[in-house]
Design a protein around this ligand. Structure first.
Ligand SMILES: [Zn+2]
Length: 402
């Protein structure tokens, strides 16, 4: 198929092309060039709309939605406790929510019972439409003494160097796409209770992941878990990362070594006004640190990849936050395209519109560089050369979560 009259955004040059034709064969872009003739019946006329690479959500939990978005006492844990079948259905719904928002790749950062692996395979095998999924399955965690989140099964306990090594090997056997380790274990009901992996355990997890040819992601809310992973050179991304601004030398090291920061600002504090008020019962998370960390990371040139954690209809809000923290708009757009592709190690296939890359595209009525909020309402989303009416997908799912 051909997509004609497309105005392709070049984020490196900060320009948009005149109307061009994108030719696609077997789901792959075969050429991008001057428009030649009118569209045929099998072609798509972009009618001078703006075309971006399909968006990449670099940190998402497909299975964790619903009442989790308004965490309040026990209801918060009910979402985690939902049966696996229910969580799998939530994954299917999240696929459509993401597709309607122009998201063609999702990096899923953890789900109970590894339902994320099942939904990944279903999309890959053509059972369901939706973004391609790249997932860690379950998250390595230190054994947990409380009962609240333990029931979730989103994390898998690992203790000691041998325990960590065995757990990584088991996840690899399950077919995960990357390894994620949660540096600390916090009981949300008791923010003061923290347990941490040792430096040796963290470095072992990263080394084992690398040995298996997988990327290693470190979920970090504390500087002292980040330092050893950076020094050992075994980490590819820091998830969240607050409060790294307290040790700016760690941010310098990330910038120098190309370790990517996936902050998920929207999950905690989408605007400075929300710093204190959003989740009062989670005061221990110290929301203000998210903005301070990301602002400094931007100033020091750390590569960011945009993720929404729990809010998959708010990737545009995440990008808007980066701009408010000092990132130029075209750079913000890269955090949800080429930077996400680099994080996955798939930048030769995804993240820009070039001959030889997969035909994952999102088409917008107006130029997203002028107003990032248009990212929420693409006209058309193309996954591997298959075009979907994005407005129809959004109507199908409706607003909000059940
Ligand atoms: Zn997360």
């Amino acid at each position: 198929m051909k997509i004609v009259n497309a105005r392709v955004l070049d984020l490196d040059a900060d320009t948009s092309s005149g109307p061009v034709t994108i030719e696609v064969r077997d789901g792959v872009i075969t050429s991008v060039g001057k428009t030649a003739g009118p569209a045929g019946p099998a072609d798509l006329d972009a009618e001078n709309a703006f075309v971006l690479p399909g968006l990449i959500n670099a940190h998402e939990h497909l299975s964790l939605k619903g009442r989790l978005l308004d965490p309040d006492g026990e209801q918060y844990y009910d979402v985690y406790r939902a049966p696996a079948e229910r969580q799998l259905m939530q994954c299917a719904r999240s696929l459509l929510t993401s597709l309607g928002r122009g998201i063609t790749t999702v990096r899923d950062a953890g789900a109970a019972w590894s339902v994320n692996l099942r939904i990944r395979d279903a999309v890959r095998d053509g059972m369901l439409p939706g973004p391609r999924i790249y997932t860690c399955g379950q998250v390595l965690s230190i054994p947990f003494e409380g009962e609240k989140v333990k029931v979730a099964g989103m994390t898998v306990d690992a203790a000691g160097v041998d325990g960590v090594t065995e757990t990584v090997a088991d996840l690899v056997k399950q077919g995960v796409d990357f390894i994620k380790l949660k540096g600390h274990r916090r009981d949300f009901a008791d923010p003061n209770r923290n347990n941490y992996f040792s430096s040796e355990e963290i470095v072992t997890a990263g080394s084992e992941a690398r040995r298996q040819g997988l990327k290693f992601a470190l979920h970090a809310w504390h500087c002292h878990v980040v330092g050893p992973a950076l020094d050992a050179g075994v980490v590819d991304s820091i998830e969240h990362g607050n409060p790294l601004h307290e040790q700016p030398e760690l941010i310098d090291k990330m910038a120098a070594s190309g370790v990517i920061l996936v902050p998920n600002v929207v999950s905690w504090a989408p605007g400075p006004e929300a710093r204190w008020s959003r989740y009062p019962h989670m005061a221990g998370i110290e929301l203000e640190r998210v903005w301070d960390t990301v602002t400094l990371a931007i100033a020091k040139g750390v590569t960011l990849a945009a993720g929404t954690d729990l809010h998959n209809d708010h990737l545009h809000t995440e990008l808007q936050a980066y701009v408010r923290m000092g990132l130029p708009t075209t750079e913000a757009l890269k955090t949800a395209t080429i930077n996400g592709a680099k994080l996955l190690g798939l930048d030769s296939e995804l993240g820009s519109i070039e001959s030889g890359k997969l035909a994952d595209l999102a088409i917008f009525e107006t130029d997203p560089r002028q107003d990032l909020s248009v990212l929420a309402t693409p006209r058309t989303v193309v996954t591997r050369g298959v075009a979907h009416d994005a407005g129809q997908v959004r109507r199908l799912v409706g607003d909000g979560e059940p």
